[in-house]
Design a protein around this ligand. Structure first.
Ligand code: NAD
Ligand code: IPM
Ligand code: MG
Length: 366
Protein backbone atom coordinates (compact mmCIF):
# COMPACT_ATOMS: atom_id res chain seq x y z
CA UNK A 1 0.00 0.00 0.00
CA UNK A 2 1.49 3.42 -0.86
CA UNK A 3 2.21 5.73 2.09
CA UNK A 4 -0.10 8.77 2.53
CA UNK A 5 1.22 11.98 0.96
CA UNK A 6 1.72 13.55 4.40
CA UNK A 7 4.20 10.85 5.44
CA UNK A 8 6.84 11.96 7.94
CA UNK A 9 10.02 10.14 8.89
CA UNK A 10 10.50 9.01 12.48
CA UNK A 11 13.91 7.83 13.65
CA UNK A 12 13.34 5.16 16.28
CA UNK A 13 16.11 4.49 18.82
CA UNK A 14 14.87 1.74 21.14
CA UNK A 15 18.10 1.72 23.17
CA UNK A 16 18.67 -0.73 26.00
CA UNK A 17 16.76 -2.83 28.54
CA UNK A 18 13.07 -2.02 28.70
CA UNK A 19 13.71 0.74 26.15
CA UNK A 20 13.32 -1.87 23.42
CA UNK A 21 10.17 -3.32 25.02
CA UNK A 22 8.30 -0.04 25.49
CA UNK A 23 9.30 1.12 22.01
CA UNK A 24 7.92 -2.03 20.39
CA UNK A 25 4.67 -1.59 22.33
CA UNK A 26 4.44 2.06 21.24
CA UNK A 27 4.96 1.24 17.56
CA UNK A 28 2.20 -1.37 17.85
CA UNK A 29 -0.17 1.38 19.01
CA UNK A 30 1.02 4.01 16.51
CA UNK A 31 0.40 1.82 13.48
CA UNK A 32 -3.40 1.49 13.81
CA UNK A 33 -3.60 5.11 15.00
CA UNK A 34 -1.80 6.40 11.88
CA UNK A 35 -4.01 4.30 9.66
CA UNK A 36 -7.19 5.57 11.26
CA UNK A 37 -6.17 9.23 10.89
CA UNK A 38 -4.72 8.85 7.40
CA UNK A 39 -1.33 10.12 8.51
CA UNK A 40 1.92 8.61 7.28
CA UNK A 41 4.68 7.65 9.67
CA UNK A 42 7.77 6.00 8.16
CA UNK A 43 9.83 4.47 10.96
CA UNK A 44 13.55 3.87 10.69
CA UNK A 45 14.98 1.88 13.59
CA UNK A 46 18.54 2.79 14.55
CA UNK A 47 20.92 1.27 17.06
CA UNK A 48 22.51 3.29 19.87
CA UNK A 49 23.06 2.91 23.60
CA UNK A 50 25.10 1.01 26.14
CA UNK A 51 24.94 -2.40 24.45
CA UNK A 52 25.81 -0.79 21.11
CA UNK A 53 28.87 0.70 22.86
CA UNK A 54 29.78 -2.68 24.32
CA UNK A 55 29.49 -4.42 20.96
CA UNK A 56 30.92 -1.78 18.63
CA UNK A 57 32.94 0.59 20.81
CA UNK A 58 30.61 3.48 19.87
CA UNK A 59 27.42 4.47 21.71
CA UNK A 60 25.91 6.24 18.70
CA UNK A 61 27.74 6.33 15.38
CA UNK A 62 27.99 9.55 13.40
CA UNK A 63 25.88 7.90 10.72
CA UNK A 64 23.15 7.10 13.23
CA UNK A 65 23.30 10.64 14.59
CA UNK A 66 23.04 12.08 11.07
CA UNK A 67 20.06 9.87 10.18
CA UNK A 68 18.28 10.75 13.42
CA UNK A 69 18.97 14.47 12.89
CA UNK A 70 17.56 14.25 9.34
CA UNK A 71 14.29 12.62 10.44
CA UNK A 72 11.21 14.73 11.15
CA UNK A 73 11.20 13.52 14.77
CA UNK A 74 13.08 11.09 16.99
CA UNK A 75 11.37 8.52 19.21
CA UNK A 76 13.64 7.02 21.85
CA UNK A 77 13.14 4.18 24.34
CA UNK A 78 15.76 4.46 27.07
CA UNK A 79 19.54 4.09 27.14
CA UNK A 80 22.19 3.09 29.62
CA UNK A 81 23.15 0.07 31.66
CA UNK A 82 24.77 0.39 35.07
CA UNK A 83 27.53 -2.14 34.39
CA UNK A 84 28.53 -0.71 31.02
CA UNK A 85 30.75 2.29 31.62
CA UNK A 86 33.27 4.49 29.87
CA UNK A 87 36.89 4.64 31.02
CA UNK A 88 36.14 7.66 33.27
CA UNK A 89 33.60 5.59 35.23
CA UNK A 90 30.49 7.33 33.90
CA UNK A 91 27.65 5.57 32.12
CA UNK A 92 27.05 5.49 28.39
CA UNK A 93 24.33 8.05 27.63
CA UNK A 94 24.14 9.06 23.97
CA UNK A 95 20.68 10.55 24.57
CA UNK A 96 22.59 13.42 26.21
CA UNK A 97 24.53 13.92 22.98
CA UNK A 98 21.24 14.26 21.09
CA UNK A 99 20.09 16.94 23.55
CA UNK A 100 23.38 18.86 23.40
CA UNK A 101 24.10 18.54 19.68
CA UNK A 102 20.54 19.29 18.55
CA UNK A 103 20.12 22.14 21.11
CA UNK A 104 17.06 20.56 22.72
CA UNK A 105 16.89 23.08 25.53
CA UNK A 106 13.30 22.44 26.71
CA UNK A 107 12.83 19.09 28.46
CA UNK A 108 9.05 18.97 28.77
CA UNK A 109 7.92 16.52 31.45
CA UNK A 110 4.18 16.56 32.17
CA UNK A 111 2.65 14.88 35.22
CA UNK A 112 -1.03 14.11 35.35
CA UNK A 113 -3.06 11.68 37.43
CA UNK A 114 -4.65 9.26 34.94
CA UNK A 115 -8.15 7.97 35.67
CA UNK A 116 -8.03 4.81 37.74
CA UNK A 117 -4.29 5.01 38.41
CA UNK A 118 -3.47 5.22 42.12
CA UNK A 119 -1.65 8.38 43.17
CA UNK A 120 0.86 8.58 46.01
CA UNK A 121 -1.03 11.07 48.17
CA UNK A 122 -4.24 10.38 50.06
CA UNK A 123 -5.54 13.97 49.69
CA UNK A 124 -8.35 13.87 47.06
CA UNK A 125 -6.85 16.96 45.39
CA UNK A 126 -3.96 14.72 44.26
CA UNK A 127 -6.25 13.52 41.46
CA UNK A 128 -6.06 17.09 40.08
CA UNK A 129 -2.29 17.02 39.63
CA UNK A 130 -1.58 18.49 36.21
CA UNK A 131 1.82 20.14 36.09
CA UNK A 132 4.73 20.30 33.66
CA UNK A 133 8.39 20.50 34.56
CA UNK A 134 10.37 22.25 31.83
CA UNK A 135 13.85 20.97 32.44
CA UNK A 136 16.55 22.98 30.70
CA UNK A 137 18.43 20.18 28.97
CA UNK A 138 21.61 21.53 27.39
CA UNK A 139 23.47 23.36 30.15
CA UNK A 140 23.16 23.90 33.92
CA UNK A 141 25.28 21.36 35.78
CA UNK A 142 25.14 18.99 32.80
CA UNK A 143 27.30 21.54 30.92
CA UNK A 144 30.10 19.93 32.87
CA UNK A 145 29.67 16.48 31.36
CA UNK A 146 33.06 15.45 29.92
CA UNK A 147 34.57 18.66 31.34
CA UNK A 148 34.85 17.92 35.05
CA UNK A 149 38.32 17.60 36.51
CA UNK A 150 39.30 14.87 38.91
CA UNK A 151 42.59 14.59 40.75
CA UNK A 152 43.52 12.25 43.54
CA UNK A 153 42.28 14.79 46.10
CA UNK A 154 39.52 16.72 44.43
CA UNK A 155 36.76 16.58 41.83
CA UNK A 156 35.26 19.71 40.33
CA UNK A 157 32.32 20.29 37.98
CA UNK A 158 30.96 23.55 36.57
CA UNK A 159 27.38 24.78 36.26
CA UNK A 160 26.69 27.11 33.34
CA UNK A 161 23.61 29.25 32.67
CA UNK A 162 23.60 31.39 29.52
CA UNK A 163 21.37 34.33 28.67
CA UNK A 164 20.49 32.98 25.22
CA UNK A 165 19.31 29.60 26.44
CA UNK A 166 17.56 31.05 29.51
CA UNK A 167 15.61 33.51 27.37
CA UNK A 168 14.51 30.64 25.12
CA UNK A 169 13.59 28.51 28.10
CA UNK A 170 11.57 31.38 29.58
CA UNK A 171 9.70 32.11 26.34
CA UNK A 172 9.02 28.40 25.89
CA UNK A 173 7.67 28.13 29.45
CA UNK A 174 5.46 31.22 29.25
CA UNK A 175 4.18 30.13 25.82
CA UNK A 176 3.37 26.70 27.19
CA UNK A 177 1.55 28.21 30.19
CA UNK A 178 -0.49 30.39 27.82
CA UNK A 179 -1.44 27.37 25.68
CA UNK A 180 -2.39 25.32 28.72
CA UNK A 181 -4.43 28.21 30.11
CA UNK A 182 -6.47 28.35 26.90
CA UNK A 183 -7.08 24.60 27.06
CA UNK A 184 -7.85 24.45 30.78
CA UNK A 185 -9.87 27.67 30.95
CA UNK A 186 -7.88 29.18 33.80
CA UNK A 187 -4.92 31.48 34.18
CA UNK A 188 -1.50 29.94 33.59
CA UNK A 189 1.34 30.23 36.11
CA UNK A 190 5.07 29.88 35.54
CA UNK A 191 7.10 29.15 38.68
CA UNK A 192 10.86 29.16 38.15
CA UNK A 193 12.61 26.60 40.36
CA UNK A 194 16.10 27.71 41.33
CA UNK A 195 18.58 28.25 44.14
CA UNK A 196 18.88 32.03 43.83
CA UNK A 197 19.39 32.43 47.58
CA UNK A 198 22.89 31.00 47.28
CA UNK A 199 24.16 31.05 43.70
CA UNK A 200 24.73 34.02 41.39
CA UNK A 201 23.97 31.84 38.38
CA UNK A 202 20.41 31.41 39.67
CA UNK A 203 19.99 35.08 40.59
CA UNK A 204 21.00 35.76 36.96
CA UNK A 205 18.42 33.21 35.77
CA UNK A 206 15.70 34.83 37.94
CA UNK A 207 16.45 38.24 36.48
CA UNK A 208 16.07 36.95 32.93
CA UNK A 209 12.77 35.22 33.77
CA UNK A 210 11.45 38.43 35.35
CA UNK A 211 12.32 40.39 32.18
CA UNK A 212 10.65 37.86 29.86
CA UNK A 213 7.59 37.64 32.17
CA UNK A 214 6.79 41.23 31.19
CA UNK A 215 6.09 39.97 27.63
CA UNK A 216 3.36 37.67 29.01
CA UNK A 217 1.13 39.83 31.23
CA UNK A 218 -1.66 37.24 31.01
CA UNK A 219 0.52 34.58 32.71
CA UNK A 220 1.21 34.69 36.45
CA UNK A 221 4.86 34.39 37.38
CA UNK A 222 6.78 33.44 40.49
CA UNK A 223 9.90 31.66 41.69
CA UNK A 224 10.58 28.98 44.26
CA UNK A 225 13.77 27.58 45.74
CA UNK A 226 14.37 23.99 44.70
CA UNK A 227 14.48 22.58 48.23
CA UNK A 228 11.15 24.22 49.08
CA UNK A 229 9.74 22.95 45.79
CA UNK A 230 10.68 19.37 46.70
CA UNK A 231 8.60 19.86 49.84
CA UNK A 232 5.69 21.50 48.05
CA UNK A 233 5.60 18.88 45.29
CA UNK A 234 4.76 16.40 48.02
CA UNK A 235 2.60 18.77 50.10
CA UNK A 236 0.47 20.48 47.42
CA UNK A 237 1.44 19.38 43.88
CA UNK A 238 -2.03 20.29 42.57
CA UNK A 239 -1.16 23.97 43.11
CA UNK A 240 1.47 24.11 40.30
CA UNK A 241 1.29 24.58 36.56
CA UNK A 242 4.53 25.14 34.57
CA UNK A 243 7.83 24.69 36.43
CA UNK A 244 10.92 25.64 34.43
CA UNK A 245 14.21 24.73 36.06
CA UNK A 246 17.90 23.99 35.70
CA UNK A 247 18.96 20.69 34.16
CA UNK A 248 19.99 18.72 37.27
CA UNK A 249 17.12 20.06 39.40
CA UNK A 250 14.71 19.06 36.63
CA UNK A 251 16.19 15.58 36.42
CA UNK A 252 15.64 15.02 40.12
CA UNK A 253 12.24 16.68 40.44
CA UNK A 254 10.90 14.79 37.44
CA UNK A 255 11.39 11.44 39.17
CA UNK A 256 9.65 12.92 42.21
CA UNK A 257 6.79 14.03 39.94
CA UNK A 258 6.54 10.52 38.50
CA UNK A 259 6.34 9.09 42.00
CA UNK A 260 3.27 11.24 42.64
CA UNK A 261 1.26 9.89 39.71
CA UNK A 262 1.99 6.17 39.68
CA UNK A 263 5.70 5.82 38.94
CA UNK A 264 8.18 6.16 36.08
CA UNK A 265 5.93 4.23 33.73
CA UNK A 266 3.57 7.25 33.74
CA UNK A 267 6.18 9.94 33.03
CA UNK A 268 6.40 10.96 29.36
CA UNK A 269 8.83 13.56 28.10
CA UNK A 270 9.88 15.58 25.08
CA UNK A 271 13.24 17.26 24.56
CA UNK A 272 12.42 20.18 22.30
CA UNK A 273 14.60 22.68 20.45
CA UNK A 274 13.94 25.24 17.74
CA UNK A 275 14.28 22.71 14.90
CA UNK A 276 14.50 19.18 16.34
CA UNK A 277 12.88 17.15 19.08
CA UNK A 278 13.38 13.80 20.82
CA UNK A 279 10.43 12.05 22.47
CA UNK A 280 11.16 9.49 25.16
CA UNK A 281 9.87 8.41 28.56
CA UNK A 282 11.55 10.07 31.53
CA UNK A 283 12.46 6.63 32.86
CA UNK A 284 15.51 4.51 32.26
CA UNK A 285 16.21 0.98 31.13
CA UNK A 286 14.98 -0.59 34.40
CA UNK A 287 17.45 -3.49 34.66
CA UNK A 288 15.37 -4.89 37.56
CA UNK A 289 12.45 -5.74 35.26
CA UNK A 290 14.08 -5.83 31.80
CA UNK A 291 13.38 -8.84 29.61
CA UNK A 292 10.31 -9.90 31.60
CA UNK A 293 7.55 -8.16 29.65
CA UNK A 294 6.56 -6.22 32.77
CA UNK A 295 7.45 -2.66 31.73
CA UNK A 296 4.62 -0.17 31.58
CA UNK A 297 4.67 1.36 28.06
CA UNK A 298 2.35 4.26 28.99
CA UNK A 299 5.10 6.87 29.39
CA UNK A 300 6.45 6.07 25.92
CA UNK A 301 2.99 5.99 24.35
CA UNK A 302 2.21 9.40 25.87
CA UNK A 303 5.59 10.65 24.62
CA UNK A 304 4.53 9.51 21.14
CA UNK A 305 1.33 11.56 21.53
CA UNK A 306 3.52 14.57 22.38
CA UNK A 307 5.49 13.82 19.21
CA UNK A 308 2.37 13.84 17.03
CA UNK A 309 1.25 17.09 18.63
CA UNK A 310 4.66 18.69 18.08
CA UNK A 311 4.65 17.58 14.44
CA UNK A 312 1.17 19.10 14.06
CA UNK A 313 2.51 22.36 15.49
CA UNK A 314 5.30 22.23 12.91
CA UNK A 315 2.71 22.16 10.13
CA UNK A 316 2.23 18.41 9.60
CA UNK A 317 -1.54 18.88 9.46
CA UNK A 318 -4.69 18.50 11.51
CA UNK A 319 -4.58 14.69 11.21
CA UNK A 320 -1.50 14.67 13.46
CA UNK A 321 -3.19 16.87 16.08
CA UNK A 322 -6.29 14.67 15.99
CA UNK A 323 -4.19 11.52 16.30
CA UNK A 324 -2.34 13.00 19.30
CA UNK A 325 -5.61 13.87 21.05
CA UNK A 326 -7.03 10.46 20.34
CA UNK A 327 -3.95 8.69 21.64
CA UNK A 328 -4.13 10.64 24.92
CA UNK A 329 -7.83 9.84 25.17
CA UNK A 330 -7.20 6.15 24.42
CA UNK A 331 -4.68 5.93 27.26
CA UNK A 332 -7.15 7.57 29.67
CA UNK A 333 -9.98 5.31 28.49
CA UNK A 334 -7.88 2.15 28.83
CA UNK A 335 -6.96 2.93 32.45
CA UNK A 336 -10.45 4.16 33.27
CA UNK A 337 -11.69 0.87 31.81
CA UNK A 338 -9.56 -1.28 34.12
CA UNK A 339 -6.10 -1.57 32.56
CA UNK A 340 -3.69 -2.28 35.44
CA UNK A 341 0.02 -2.57 34.73
CA UNK A 342 2.35 -4.44 37.13
CA UNK A 343 3.91 -1.23 38.51
CA UNK A 344 0.52 -0.34 40.00
CA UNK A 345 -0.16 -3.85 41.20
CA UNK A 346 -1.91 -5.21 38.12
CA UNK A 347 -1.24 -8.13 35.81
CA UNK A 348 -1.28 -6.39 32.41
CA UNK A 349 2.26 -6.58 31.07
CA UNK A 350 3.82 -4.54 28.26
CA UNK A 351 2.07 -6.22 25.34
CA UNK A 352 -1.30 -6.44 27.11
CA UNK A 353 -1.14 -2.75 27.98
CA UNK A 354 -0.39 -1.85 24.36
CA UNK A 355 -3.30 -4.01 23.20
CA UNK A 356 -5.68 -2.41 25.71
CA UNK A 357 -4.69 1.08 24.58
CA UNK A 358 -4.83 0.18 20.87
CA UNK A 359 -8.29 -1.30 21.43
CA UNK A 360 -9.53 2.14 22.56
CA UNK A 361 -8.42 3.81 19.35
CA UNK A 362 -11.52 4.61 17.38
CA UNK A 363 -13.75 4.36 20.40
CA UNK A 364 -12.25 6.74 22.96
CA UNK A 365 -13.35 9.97 21.32
CA UNK A 366 -10.79 12.46 20.06
N1 NAD B 1 16.21 8.65 29.47
C1 NAD B 1 16.94 7.58 29.68
O1 NAD B 1 17.30 6.92 28.75
C2 NAD B 1 17.28 7.19 31.07
C3 NAD B 1 16.59 7.76 32.16
C4 NAD B 1 16.89 7.32 33.46
C5 NAD B 1 17.86 6.34 33.66
N2 NAD B 1 18.51 5.83 32.57
C6 NAD B 1 19.45 4.72 32.75
O2 NAD B 1 18.68 3.54 32.99
C7 NAD B 1 19.41 2.65 33.85
C8 NAD B 1 18.57 2.31 35.08
O3 NAD B 1 18.40 3.48 35.86
P1 NAD B 1 17.51 3.57 37.17
O4 NAD B 1 17.28 2.20 37.67
O5 NAD B 1 18.13 4.57 38.03
O6 NAD B 1 16.14 4.24 36.68
P2 NAD B 1 14.89 3.58 35.94
O7 NAD B 1 13.99 4.70 35.56
O8 NAD B 1 15.35 2.69 34.85
O9 NAD B 1 14.18 2.68 37.05
C9 NAD B 1 13.77 3.21 38.32
C10 NAD B 1 12.64 2.34 38.89
O10 NAD B 1 11.46 2.57 38.11
C11 NAD B 1 11.00 1.37 37.53
N3 NAD B 1 10.53 1.66 36.16
C12 NAD B 1 11.14 2.47 35.27
N4 NAD B 1 10.46 2.49 34.13
C13 NAD B 1 9.41 1.68 34.29
C14 NAD B 1 8.33 1.28 33.46
N5 NAD B 1 8.19 1.73 32.20
N6 NAD B 1 7.42 0.41 33.95
C15 NAD B 1 7.51 -0.05 35.20
N7 NAD B 1 8.51 0.29 36.04
C16 NAD B 1 9.45 1.16 35.59
C17 NAD B 1 12.18 0.42 37.53
O11 NAD B 1 11.76 -0.92 37.53
C18 NAD B 1 12.91 0.84 38.79
O12 NAD B 1 12.35 0.22 39.90
C19 NAD B 1 20.71 3.37 34.17
O13 NAD B 1 21.67 2.90 33.27
C20 NAD B 1 20.39 4.83 33.93
O14 NAD B 1 21.52 5.61 33.63
C21 NAD B 1 18.23 6.21 31.31
C1 IPM C 1 20.17 8.62 32.07
C2 IPM C 1 20.45 10.06 32.25
C3 IPM C 1 21.60 10.46 31.38
C4 IPM C 1 19.23 10.95 32.00
C5 IPM C 1 19.53 12.35 32.45
O1 IPM C 1 20.25 12.54 33.42
O2 IPM C 1 19.06 13.27 31.80
C6 IPM C 1 17.95 10.50 32.68
O3 IPM C 1 18.08 10.45 34.05
C7 IPM C 1 16.77 11.37 32.28
O4 IPM C 1 16.09 11.87 33.17
O5 IPM C 1 16.50 11.50 31.07
MG1 MG D 1 16.39 11.23 35.08
Amino acid sequence: MPLPSNTLSIAVLPGDGIGTEVTEATLAVLEPLAKRHGIGLAFETLRAGAFCYRDTGTAMSEETFARAAKADAILLGAMGWPEIRAADGTEIAPQLDLRFRLNLYAGVRPFRALPGVPVALADPRARDIDLVIVRESTEGLFFSRDRGTVTHDMAEETLRITRTVTEKLARFSFGLARQRAARRGRQGTVTLVDKANVFRAFAFMRGIFADIAAEYPDVAHGAHYVDAMALDLVRRPWAFDVLPTENMFGDILSDLGAGLVGGMGFAPSADIGDTHAVFQPAHGTAPDIAGKGLANPTATILSAAMMLDWLAGKGAGQGFADAAAELDAAVDAAFAGGLRTPDIGGADGTAAAARAIAARIGSAGG
